[in-house]
Write a protein that binds this ligand. Structure first.
Ligand code: GLU
Length: 488
């Protein structure tokens, strides 16, 4: 069966060596979307064969970040499926078994060259300005029996792939079209290292085959590895998967997106107060579109619209302004209860107690603020005055809204509100309008002075709604307490 007709099985195959970069996250997202859209399987394979770069903490963070994004794998760590184990370091017996096939068929050979020799070869090639550099195939013709004997006598060797010296290797990339490489430019790459661990190339091919991967969706940086992989599939007599290489994500000013240029990892964006659905939505649209002009979409909407054909091969730039805007849109769409829980935790973290407030009250605060927050982390600071009397007043707002005459304004507002028996947004609004008419004062001046007194800041939701929620006694006493501070 050709790979494109197989049941869809795709993988995200990170190496736990560092943080989860947003580029990696987008690869995981496309794999996840494709699996869900095609009712296939999304599996997670941990490529931990580079023992020098392996990092336990990176593995932990990686699993945490994928889970936070909600990209739950159908098979993988903590979720065993039929083709495990899902850690490459636990599959060494499989690689040892598979490499024997290539040694037997003459497609692989033992190489005894020392690191020093390889360095000398490289130095000589560089000096002579050779077009083709790399291993000089010194051990390529050592008969297998001789090699096995040398190993039995304790010599150490790597196993290399016998790459054809002539010919062309091509493949059809689903996004980039047909791509060809000349075999003579390819090195006899190492398949099994001295420490008996496989290299990325060998493990990747063996696993993609044995784990029944139908499509390989991965970053553009792996394109040049693909002809090597195709040749390995050929040597094994296996059908290769369909390849789709995803466009690079660039930093706003060009170049690679990296921590040096600001936030670049999933963890950074979580800590900045982004919602997982924002990050998924935003990353998905870097290089893909739903075929219409929709931008703010739920995960299900994106899955429903997803197809590999609409991935664009061009590199795309990361626009953080747009990400911020999109986060506001997603917060606005967010479940109130989720935001209320987040708010309570955030308030407790800045020592503001919420236990004496009802759930309805907290939800009402969320309703007032959710359309104004760009970040989840905005919520606790924006909401603080609903839970505690402001202790400080914004300096800039003070010079703008308080001054000569403010005390009298504050007193007249109190006098207008005091008699209200029903203290709700409508009655409060009416009281303010009546006051402007009777006093000749401007509504903006009244609102500006008392908003600052009650909330400590100059911007926020509608004042009538804030007052209703806080209640009459609170509002009146906050205004009164601020009065002595209003005039120099
Ligand atoms: N382990 C490779 C990485 O870290 C996977 C590349 C691939 O998907 O084949 O990106």
């Amino acid at each position: 069966m050709s790979a494109s007709n197989r049941p869809v099985r795709v993988r995200f195959a990170p190496s736990p060596t560092g943080y989860l970069h947003v580029g990696g996250a987008r690869t995981a997202i496309y794999n996840y979307f494709f699996a869900k859209a095609m009712k296939g399987t999304f599996y997670l394979r941990i490529e931990d064969t580079d023992r020098k770069r392996y990092n336990e903490e990176a593995l932990h963070d990686l699993l945490r970040d994928l889970r936070w994004l909600g990209l739950q794998w159908d098979e993988g760590p903590d979720c065993e499926g039929k083709v495990g184990p899902y850690f490459q370091s636990e599959r060494l017996d499989i690689y040892a078994r598979e490499i024997q096939k290539l040694l037997e068929s003459g497609d692989a050979y033992y190489c005894f060259c020392s690191e020093e020799r390889l360095q000398e070869v490289r130095a000589a090639q560089e000096k002579s300005g050779a077009v083709v550099t790399g291993y000089d195939r010194h051990c390529r013709d050592i008969p297998i029996e001789e090699a096995r004997e040398r190993i039995a006598h304790g010599e150490k060797a790597v196993i290399r792939f016998k790459v054809p010296e002539t010919g062309i290797t091509g493949f059809d990339d689903l996004i980039r079209g047909h791509i060809e490489y000349q075999n003579e430019l390819l090195d006899d790459l190492v398949l099994i290292k001295r420490d008996q661990y496989p290299t990325y190339h060998f493990a990747s091919v063996v696993d993609d085959h044995l784990m029944e991967t139908s499509h390989v969706l991965r970053g553009d940086e792996w394109i040049s590895s693909t002809p090597k992989h195709i040749l390995l599939y050929k040597a094994f007599g296996w059908e290769p998967p369909v390849f789709c290489h995803l466009p690079v994500i660039l930093a706003a000013g060009g170049g690679k997106l990296s921590k040096r240029k600001g936030a670049a990892s999933v963890g950074d964006f979580r800590d900045l107060g982004y919602l997982p659905e924002t990050l998924i939505n935003f990353l998905a649209l870097l290089g893909w579109n739903p075929g219409d002009d929709r931008e703010v979409m739920s995960i299900q909407e994106m899955i429903d619209a997803f197809s590999l054909e609409r991935i664009n091969p061009k590199a795309v730039a990361f626009d953080e302004k747009k990400l911020q805007w999109m986060n506001g849109q997603h917060i606005h769409r967010c479940d109130d209860k989720f935001l209320a829980d987040y708010l309570v935790k955030g308030l407790e973290a800045i020592d503001i107690k919420t236990s004496s407030f009802s759930e309805d009250y907290i939800l009402a605060v969320v309703k007032q603020l959710k359309s104004r927050a760009h970040f989840l982390t905005d919520l606790p600071s924006m909401a603080s005055y609903f839970f505690t009397v402001p202790k400080t007043f914004d300096e800039k707002a003070k010079s703008k809204n308080w001054g000569a005459g403010s005390r009298a304004i504050a007193q007249s507002v109190r006098k207008a509100l005091e008699p209200l028996t029903e203290f709700n947004a409508t009655s409060i609004e009416q009281a303010f309008h009546a006051l402007t008419e009777s006093s000749g004062l401007r509504l903006g001046d009244l609102v500006g002075a008392v908003r600052l007194a009650v909330s400590g800041v100059s911007a926020g939701p509608g004042l009538w709604e804030i007052f209703e929620l806080l209640g009459k006694q609170n509002v009146l006493s906050r205004i009164e307490n601020a009065e002595p501070l209003m005039e120099p």
